[in-house]
Ligand binder design. Structure first.
Ligand code: KIV
Ligand code: ZN
Length: 439
């Protein structure tokens, strides 16, 4: 059944297209797209089968210790990796990708030790579509309670031609073969179609159907080069949901890189369209511009409850684990990083400070304690106003009246113009200079 509705909105029309059908119990009943037509453009937003999926838990697959650790200078030793893995388990992630066992003896040992150390979480080892890789991954994972082999091959024409000098048919056969090899060792087998972001959707659907038939329990659709726009990535996932007949036998996973700064947006578009696993890293670490940031997707899902999704991640651990990873990997977090940056809960302009001091929600959508961050900060700069200045004096124990604050404010602006940020020491000196105020 196909149902089209048109809504007028000024000079732009929104067309809601509901394609009602039943694929299976898991992906049942309806998917929808919104088409926005303006005078000059047509935008199509896949809304995906969000209302009708029976399980709306989003599995969090952390790859800080594999894709994240590929960052130059971030190499960790085994004990550092085990310490982070234990914290990731406590955080509530569902899968830890612990390394690429064939790549080095150190990676092999780390996957082995993490498999022994963690209790409930799945431990995953990466491999290429090569028998020896898969056997080595299986060996490294043999003590894991829930081992998962992650294997796959490039499916875009760039990879098929430039990397493998091969054909689509040959790559399809290799994909099937690697999943079959992996299934000899583990019940959880995740297949990745590298560069799926630039892979032709019809061919991708053919590969995904075949690997699921061969035993893949999770199908990873990486936007390896961070190329896709959110609506394109969402459409790709929706295409698989609607065109792979056995898709209900596997979980679809999003693995998005951040080359255009769209990794988080693409992952969210992916789950809206039907994926139920997100691959991500603490602080968004990863190859080149990084991966989807774990803290961002977790908080988007929490903030936008109307999407109906949930994860098992304990949000108050997000800032402590961000610091642990940053310190251990010696990789500072950019101050303006969402959720975990040092400025994520700082307010420095007078307009914002005044609103924030009246009601924090005017300028904060998340309370810092919800994500384990330090309390919100009122930063004093030449852009700050009197209310922020009075507030900071009160925090230091000085309760000045309005006239006094007016006088102090003149001095404050002079100091603020000289220095970028006015510190407590500067405020104390100003307070002492005011008649009658003792230190
Ligand atoms: O980005 C990518 O395609 C990957 C795969 C190996 C999963 O990291
Ligand atoms: Zn990757």
């Amino acid at each position: 059944m196909l149902e089209n509705q048109l809504f007028g909105l000024g000079n732009c029309f929104i067309e809601k297209r509901i394609n009602a059908h039943t694929l299976s119990k898991k992906y049942a009943v309806e998917d929808a797209t919104f088409t926005v037509r303006t005078n000059t453009n047509v935008f199509i937003y896949p809304i995906g089968p969000i209302k009708i999926m029976s399980n709306n838990k989003i599995h969090i697959f952390d790859t800080t210790l594999r894709d994240g650790e590929q960052v130059p200078g971030c190499k960790l030793n085994t004990s550092e990796k085990v310490a982070i893995a234990l914290q990731l388990e406590a955080l509530g992630v569902d899968i830890i990708e612990a390394g690429f066992p064939i790549s080095s003896p150190g990676d092999f040992q780390s996957v082995q030790e993490i498999s022994l150390a963690v209790k409930e979480v799945s431990v995953c080892g990466l491999s290429r579509a090569v028998q020896k890789d898969i056997e080595t991954a299986a060996e490294a994972l043999k003590h894991a309670r829930r081992p998962r082999i992650h294997t796959g091959i490039g499916t875009s024409d760039y990879h098929i031609k430039a990397k493998f000098n091969s054909t689509r048919e040959d790559i399809l056969q290799r994909a099937i073969q690697c999943v079959k090899w992996a299934r000899n060792f583990t019940d959880e087998v995740e297949f990745y179609a590298e560069d799926a972001g630039r892979t032709d959707n019809e061919y991708l659907a053919q590969v995904i159907e075949a690997v699921i038939a061969a035993g893949a329990t999770v199908v990873n659709i990486p936007d390896t080069t961070g190329y896709c726009l959110p609506y394109q990535y969402g459409e790709k996932i929706a295409f698989l949901v609607n065109n792979v007949p056995n898709i209900d036998k596997a979980i679809i996973s999003c693995h998005c890189h951040n080359d255009l700064g769209l990794a988080t947006a693409n992952s969210i578009a992916g789950v809206i369209a039907g994926a139920r696993q997100i691959e991500c890293t603490i602080n968004g670490l990863g190859e080149r511009a990084g991966n989807t940031s774990l803290e961002e997707v977790v908080m988007i899902i929490r903030q936008h409850g109307h999407l109906g999704f949930h994860t098992d991640v304990k949000a108050p651990m997000l800032n402590p684990i961000s610091r642990l990873v940053s310190d251990t990997m010696r990789m500072p977090v950019q101050p303006n990083k969402a959720i975990v940056g040092s400025n994520a809960f700082s307010h420095s302009s007078g307009i914002h400070q005044d609103g924030f001091l009246k009601d924090a929600q005017t300028y904060e959508i998340i309370a810092p304690e919800e994500v384990g961050a330090d309390t919100s900060k009122i930063i004093l700069t030449a852009r700050s106003g009197r209310s922020a200045l009075a507030y900071r004096f009160r925090k230091l124990g000085y309760d000045f009246n309005r006239d006094e604050v007016d006088k102090l404010y003149e001095q404050f602006l002079q100091v603020a113009d000289e220095k970028k940020e006015v510190q407590d020491e500067d405020l104390k000196a100003m307070a002492v200079a005011m008649a009658g105020v003792e230190m």
